[in-house]
Design a protein around this ligand. Structure first.
Ligand code: ADP
Length: 582
């Protein structure tokens, strides 16, 4: 079974170690009745992924784990997972993996990937999830920077590794899962078959003692400016985050749920859902690589999913599908968690009409990721439906243990929570990064214990955060700020607009002016004009000086590796075509 020890074992046993609770004696003899609480306090039990694994297998062995495949569904249980995880850890140890070694994964959302989520941290190695949509130069950088020793990769993704084979110097093996081992050219590390590796491994493993502050997992930011930056999660941060998302007033993930993470397992640990699920025994449905809205809708119905999570583009597609498929029964789906980009109000309303509840959340790689969730706060139950919709459209209020503030963009001073003043969000808390791997404090990202998120927001008197932009995307026109996110949200409320992305382009007089790229809904091509869109924005009360100077209608909006609008690419594309102020 699992090895349990007290954190205090890591501390030298000497009685001379100072305790913050020991009374100061100034060198004289301690008073006879001096109270030192050190030996009378709570058990210093380590908070580790190993514990979550033990709990998942001990209490919920029959709970199902399902992976969507080309043929249908592949089914197993937490009980089977426990046995396979033990063998996988034993096999990795035989292959030379020990404490602190990085073992990377390059995979779709599958049960085998979930096995890696437990085996690697529980043997005190570090799970490094690689983003399969990154360009080759970034993938190379990340693998070299992390010095991954083994990569566990899906069979159909091995070609991605061949493209970066010159950067695999630290990699001793590639273990191939979810398909037969492919034939590769010269210069690649040896390839092993995942199932064979597990079959050949011992059925037991001496799990090491883990300190909760040991590294557990790592993930790189997408590197929209410069190289990606590594964020290292500890066992403690992962554990506390997992508990957090099981709280009723956050995402409320329960053992009675059937959860489907559409958010990729390489995108900030699938937002913490997998570890939370193991803690409470949630049935998980992994979509594999089948993330198109039609298939997602079918799986949600087939498996009677109760909670799902993904970026807005997925849900925009889902609404389209569900409007065509009233036959699908999604009556058990109570939470559609949406994060990664702002959920347009029209999307929330579209899901409401289908009887589905969008739960808006905000966070980032450096925050494990959850920082705020837009549930209706205690005390606001009597708000009108319109007020509630307004709160739900914001990014929400901070979850317990996350501390948040906004800093005025001009003065750098704390900005008021008046719902109007823009400020950069800064956060701190037990699952917020305190530095980057190999790059402790780039451009002063960490100040006085706070992490500068680079997101600009307002906070209202109730504490609800509304993201206005990223600092690099907010549009500065004539000395005033324009929120590209708010313009996008309104434009996507037009019944014929599928997607809208707004960027600022240089303007000789105003410094920057907004330009909107618009993708109409299928069938609405040709129906939209700049005049129609301007009239729509004015009708919604948008100030005249916020109105976009140009619209580019009918263009495919570029997306990032995790499905968000790629404004850096869009800005570069449009800057080539458009010169403002002429
Ligand atoms: P990447 O940098 O690759 O996009 P992250 O997932 O870490 O990776 O992105 C975090 C950023 O995504 C946040 O800083 C914020 O700008 C944006 N974001 C996340 N959730 C929301 C949301 N609900 N509304 C608006 N923006 C969001």
């Amino acid at each position: 079974m699992f090895f349990r020890r007290k954190q205090s074992q890591a501390t030298p046993a000497s009685s001379t170690v100072a305790s913050p609770l020991a009374p100061v004696t100034n060198g004289s003899a301690a008073p006879a009745a001096a109270t030192t609480f050190a030996s009378t306090m709570m058990d210093d039990y380590p908070l580790t992924v190993q514990y979550i694994l033990q709990r998942a297998t001990q209490y919920f062995p029959k709970r199902e784990l399902v992976t969507v495949t080309a043929e249908g569904y592949e089914r197993s249980t937490y009980g089977e997972l426990g046995q396979r995880v033990t063998r996988l850890a034993a096999a990795l140890a035989r292959l030379g993996i020990s404490k602190g070694d990085r073992v990377a994964t390059l995979g779709w959302n599958t049960t085998r990937h979930y096995e890696c989520y437990f085996a690697i941290p529980s043997m005190n190695a570090v799970l490094h999830t690689l983003n399969l949509r990154l360009p080759a130069d970034q993938l190379s950088f990340i693998i070299s920077d992390a010095q991954d020793k083994i990569i566990v990769a899906d069979a159909d993704l091995v070609p991605l590794l061949e493209k970066v084979k010159d950067s695999l110097g630290s990699v001793q093996y590639i273990i191939v899962m979810n398909g037969p081992v492919p034939t590769v050219g010269a210069g690649m590390p040896p390839l092993l078959d995942y199932e064979q590796v597990i079959a050949d491994a011992p059925t037991s493993f001496a799990w090491p003692a883990i300190n909760e502050r040991d590294a557990c997992a790592m993930c790189y930011t997408s590197g929209t400016t410069g190289n990606p930056k590594g964020v290292v999660y500890s066992h403690r941060s992962t554990f506390l985050h997992a508990i957090s998302v099981t709280q009723a007033d956050t995402l409320g993930i329960s053992g009675h749920d059937t959860a489907m993470p559409i958010v990729p397992m390489f995108h900030v640990n699938a937002w913490g859902l997998p570890h939370a699920a193991g803690m409470v025994g949630t049935k998980i449905v992994f979509p594999g690589k089948f993330m198109d809205p039609a298939r997602v809708a079918q799986v949600l119905a087939d498996e009677q999913v109760t909670l799902t999570a993904g970026v807005p583009t997925i849900w925009i597609g889902l609404v389209q599908v569900l409007n065509q498929r009233p036959d699908l029964d999604l009556s058990r789906l109570t939470r559609v968690v949406c994060g990664g980009s702002a959920a347009p109000r029209a999307l929330i309303e579209g899901l409401d009409k289908l009887g589905l509840n969008l739960v808006h959340a905000w966070g980032m790689t450096e925050m494990s990721p959850i920082g705020t969730v837009a549930n209706i706060k205690a005390g606001l139950d009597d708000a009108t439906p319109e007020e509630k919709l307004r709160y739900r459209s914001k990014q929400g209020y901070a979850v317990p243990l996350v501390d948040i503030r906004i800093m005025d963009l001009e003065t750098g001073q704390t900005a008021p929570w008046d719902g109007v003043t823009f400020g950069e969000i800064q956060v701190r808390g037990p699952w917020i990064a305190a530095s980057y791997y190999h790059d402790p404090n780039p451009a002063d990202k960490f100040i006085d214990g706070w992490f500068r998120t680079g997101d600009v927001a307002t906070i209202d008197p109730e504490g609800y955060v509304e993201i206005v932009d990223r600092t690099k995307d907010v549009i500065k026109s004539g000395g005033e700020w324009i929120s590209s996110v708010q313009l996008e949200g309104i434009l996507m409320g037009h019944p014929q607009v599928l997607e809208a992305a707004v960027i600022g382009l240089p303007h000789p007089k105003w410094q920057e002016r907004p330009v909107a790229a618009i993708m109409p809904k299928p069938g609405a091509e040709g129906a939209l004009t700049p005049e129609i869109l301007t009239a729509f924005l004015q009708d919604k009360g948008v100030a005249k000086w916020w109105l976009p100077d140009r619209y580019v209608i009918g263009m495919a909006i570029p997306k990032t590796s995790v499905g968000k609008f790629d404004k850096k690419v869009l800005r570069a594309q449009l800057a080539q075509e458009i010169t403002l102020g002429e």
